[in-house]
Design a protein around this ligand. Structure first.
Ligand SMILES: [Zn+2]
Length: 103
C-alpha cells in the first residue's frame, strides 16, 4: 500500500499510538498542549474513529491539528486556509511510519 492520496487519513488508533495516547472511551486528561484540562474531559469514540473533548472534537486530522498546535482549541480548519494541508503532510509521515512498523 502506498500513500498516494493525501486525502487518505491514517487510522485514528494509529494516530493515538504515534503520539503515545492510550485509547479510552472514558474521560482522560486532554493530550493537546493548549488545553489546560484540569478535569479530564477527553474521550474516544467507541468505534475508534475519533474523539470528543470540551476543547474540540473530530477525527484523526483534527487530532493531529490540535496535538501539533496547528489549530488553537475551538478553531476549525475552515477558519485557517492552509492548515489542512499542513496536517495532511504530518498525516503522511504517520502513515509511512506505520507501514514501516508493519514490515
Ligand atoms: Zn481538550
Amino acid at each position: 500500500m502506498n500513500y498516494t492520496d493525501l486525502s487518505e487519513k491514517p487510522d485514528f488508533k494509529t494516530v493515538l499510538k504515534y503520539y503515545g495516547v492510550p485509547f479510552k472511551t472514558i474521560c482522560q486528561q486532554c493530550p493537546f498542549p493548549r488545553h489546560d484540562d484540569k478535569n479530564p474531559s477527553h474521550r474516544h469514540w467507541p468505534e475508534g474513529t475519533g474523539y470528543f473533548c470540551t476543547c474540540s472534537y473530530g477525527d484523526s486530522f483534527n487530532f493531529i491539528a490540535y496535538m501539533e498546535e496547528i489549530l488553537e482549541p475551538g478553531e476549525r480548519f475552515e477558519d485557517h486556509p492552509g492548515t489542512f494541508k499542513m496536517v495532511q503532510e504530518i498525516s503522511k509521515t504517520i502513515f509511512e511510519q506505520e507501514q514501516e512498523d508493519i514490515i
